[in-house]
Design a protein around this ligand. Structure first.
Ligand SMILES: CCCCCCc1ccc(Oc2ccc(Oc3cccc(O)n3)cc2)c(O)c1
Length: 255
C-alpha cells in the first residue's frame, strides 16, 4: 500500500465491469490511498460497482449519462455537497455506433458522427467545466485515448476522429486550467480486451500484432495502465499537462 494519493478525492467515470480500464485505474488509485467516487450509467453498472467494491469501504457512486447536461450538473452538485473538494478525475467514457466501427468510414452517418463526438469528446469538455471549480487545491484530469486518433487503424473509423477531437480538447483544457494548477492529460492505451473493444471490428487482429511487433513483445495490462494513471493523478507528474502519454508496450514508436 502506497500513499501517493492519500486523502485525495478522485472521481472515476466509466467503470462497467472488472475488465474496464477505469477499474484498473480505480484499483491502483485505491492502493495509493485515494478516496474514490464512481459514476455509473445504469442499474446494471451500479450492481457491478457494488460487487467490485465489496470490502473496499463505503461505495460512493452517482448516476451520470454524459449526453445530459442536467445529469452532469447534478453530479457535480452532489460531489460538491458530499466531498467539497475534488483532487482528480478519470474520464473513461466513449461510444460510437457499432455500424460505424466496421467497414467504410465514409459511410458514417451525420447522426452517428454527432453521437461519437458528443459522448467521446464533448463530454470531457463539459466534465472539465464542472470539475474545475471543485479543484480548489489544484487537480489532475485524465482521459483515455487510442493511437487510432493519429494513425489510420482500419475499423476504428469515426472513433479515431472522436479521439483526435478528444486529444485536441485535452490541449485546450490544459491551457485554460493551468493557471489554477489543474493538469489535463490523456493516456493512450494499447489494445485491451474490454466490453467496448468487442464493438470494434478487427480488434482481435491487433492484439496479435502488438505481441509480435511491440518492443515489450506483450500486450499491456490493466495494472500497466493503472500505474501510469496514478503517476498522472499524483504529484509525480506535476510538470506534465496537455500531454498524450502512451502506455502501449512501445508499439506507437514502430515504423
Ligand atoms: C481496429 C482498432 C483496434 C484497437 C481498438 C482499441 C480500442 C478498444 C476500445 C476502445 O473504446 C471504445 C469505446 C466505445 C466504443 O463504441 C462501442 C463499443 C461497443 C459497442 C458499441 O456499439 N460501440 C468503441 C471503442 C477504444 O477507444 C480503442
Amino acid at each position: 500500500m502506497g500513499d501517493l494519493l492519500a486523502g485525495r478525492n478522485i472521481l472515476i467515470m466509466g467503470v462497467r465491469n472488472k475488465w474496464s480500464i477505469a477499474w484498473g485505474i480505480a484499483q491502483a488509485a485505491y492502493k495509493e490511498g485515494a478516496n474514490i467516487i464512481y459514476t455509473y450509467l445504469g442499474e446494471r453498472e451500479k450492481a457491478e460497482l457494488e460487487k467490485l467494491t465489496e470490502g473496499m469501504g463505503t461505495l460512493h457512486a452517482f448516476p451520470c449519462d454524459v449526453t445530459s447536461d442536467e445529469d452532469i450538473e447534478k453530479l457535480f452538485d452532489w460531489v460538491k455537497s458530499e466531498f467539497g473538494v475534488l483532487h482528480g478525475l478519470v474520464h473513461a467514457i466513449a461510444f460510437a455506433r457499432s455500424e460505424d466501427l466496421q467497414d467504410s468510414f465514409l459511410n458514417t452517418s451525420r447522426e452517428g458522427f454527432k453521437i461519437a463526438l458528443d459522448i467521446s469528446a464533448y463530454s470531457l469538455v463539459a466534465v472539465c467545466r464542472h470539475a474545475a471549480p471543485l479543484m480548489t487545491e489544484g487537480g489532475s484530469i485524465i482521459t483515455l485515448t487510442y493511437r487510432g486518433s493519429v494513425k489510420v487503424t482500419p475499423g476504428y473509423n469515426v472513433m479515431g476522429v472522436a479521439k483526435a477531437a478528444l486529444e485536441a480538447s485535452v490541449r485546450y483544457a490544459a491551457y485554460e486550467l493551468g493557471g489554477k494548477n489543474i493538469r489535463v492529460n490523456s493516456l493512450s492505451a494499447g489494445p485491451i480486451k474490454t466490453l467496448s473493444a468487442k464493438g470494434v471490428k478487427n480488434f482481435s487482429d491487433i492484439l496479435k500484432v502488438v505481441e509480435e511487433r511491440a518492443p515489450l513483445k506483450r500486450n499491456v495490462t490493466l495494472e500497466d495502465l493503472g500505474k501510469t494513471a496514478v503517476y498522472l493523478l499524483s504529484d509525480l507528474s506535476s510538470g506534465v499537462t496537455g500531454e498524450v502519454i502512451y502506455v502501449d508496450s512501445g508499439y506507437n514508436n514502430m515504423g
